[in-house]
Design a binder for this molecule. Structure first.
Ligand SMILES: NC(=O)c1ccc[n+]([C@@H]2O[C@H](COP(=O)([O-])OP(=O)(O)OC[C@H]3O[C@@H](n4cnc5c(N)ncnc54)[C@H](O)[C@@H]3O)[C@@H](O)[C@H]2O)c1
Length: 315
């Protein structure tokens, strides 16, 4: 068990706190805004009851877990004794550079400094630091206490030890790290999600499918397998002779499609009016928040089911 400092206690910072504390680590919460860390802790208290209801606290009570989350009044206190810092300031390269400078100046020499950045390359905000070798990105999907995958993205100067200790901490906290061999715009998951969204927008924009058709195809089709295995395992199992057999049989179908996919679709062109109209018809704005709560409960139920099935059938 180690000490983790959460720097920036908004949406993602507070969610990381749950994940690290649930695994037995001590978590210090700090935010530049005076009341943000206390607000984050209040939010955590509310979520813990829900998580306990789905048996997602590893047999611990909400009270035991919250005892490991402490609010601190300044950055120095947050960093004191921390083995790992998880930075969650706003997605702005100048802010990240400034926050990383402060942390690198004040943290112990062995402390790893990880950013939750969704899309900024670690080289864009750590190159000026004396301790740049101990900096990297650890990008979660929200909320990390329910979704295990985390993209670990090293800058060219990040040391292998920094990557290893980040992965060890994440794994200990029940996460599934994906380690990039080198940094690239969009990392891995947003590149894959972007490819899917681009095609979804195109199919609607060109009049081949409705918004609901696209959602049905993923929700009631492809995503059923994707919720427990990836695209490579999917194709490996979808031909009697495995992945090579699949490619031999089916590459032709896809090869012909790619030429049609080269033209960019303008997501905020006329297609957006169509998508927004359909979505607001299905989900009026006043029910948006209620549906977000529904989504989080469904995610909790899925996480509980996956854990149970992993144990019963193997991963
Ligand atoms: N929201 C998501 O779904 C999501 C998912 C993955 C990664 N991220 C990344 O996480 C980071 C934080 O995003 P968020 O959604 O939690 O934003 P947020 O606006 O909810 O929280 C940001 C917090 O940072 C604080 N802050 C501002 N300047 C600071 C500073 N100099 N030092 C310390 N704290 C500071 C703010 O007071 C605020 O509480 C971003 O880099 C974002 O790209 C977000």
């Amino acid at each position: 068990m180690v000490q983790v400092a959460i720097v920036g206690s908004g949406f993602i910072g507070r969610a990381w706190a749950i994940s690290f504390a649930r695994a037995g680590n001590d978590v210090a919460l700090w935010d530049q805004a005076p009341s943000a860390a206390a607000a984050a802790r209040n939010y955590i208290v509310e979520v813990l009851d829900d998580l306990a209801g789905f048996d997602l606290l590893l047999g611990q009570s909400p009270e035991e877990l919250i005892e490991r989350v402490r609010i601190v009044g300044n950055l120095a206190e947050a960093l004191d004794g921390a083995a790992h810092v998880q930075e969650n300031a706003p997605e702005d390269v100048d802010i990240k550079r400034a926050v990383f400078s402060l942390i690198d100046d004040m943290a112990g020499s062995d402390t790893v400094i990880a950013s939750s950045s969704s899309a900024l390359l670690p080289s864009s905000f750590t190159g000026h630091l004396l301790g740049k070798h101990r900096c990297l990105v650890a990008h979660p999907i929200n909320p990390p206490y329910l979704i295990p995958a985390v993209e670990v993205v090293p800058a060219p100067w990040t040391s292998p030890e920094t990557v290893d200790s980040t992965c060890a901490l994440l794994t200990q906290a029940g996460h599934a790290p994906l380690v990039m061999k080198r940094e690239l715009d969009g990392f891995i998951m947003n590149r894959m999600q972007g490819a899917l969204l681009e095609e979804a927008f195109r199919l609607v924009a060109d009049g081949y499918a409705t918004v609901e058709d696209i959602d049905t195809g993923i929700r009631d089709g492809l995503a059923l397998r994707w919720s427990f295995m990836g695209p490579f395992e999917t194709i490996d199992l979808n031909a009697p002779g495995g992945v090579r057999d699949y490619v031999g049989r089916y590459q032709g179908i896809y090869r012909n499609l790619f030429a049609q996919m080269q033209q960019r679709v303008d997501w905020d062109g006329p297609v957006l009016d169509m998508i927004e109209r359909d979505r607001r018809h299905k989900l009026p704005s006043e029910r948006h928040e209620e549906r977000q709560v529904w989504r989080d409960r469904r995610l909790m139920a899925l996480a509980a089911h996956k854990t149970e099935s992993d144990n019963k059938f193997g991963k």
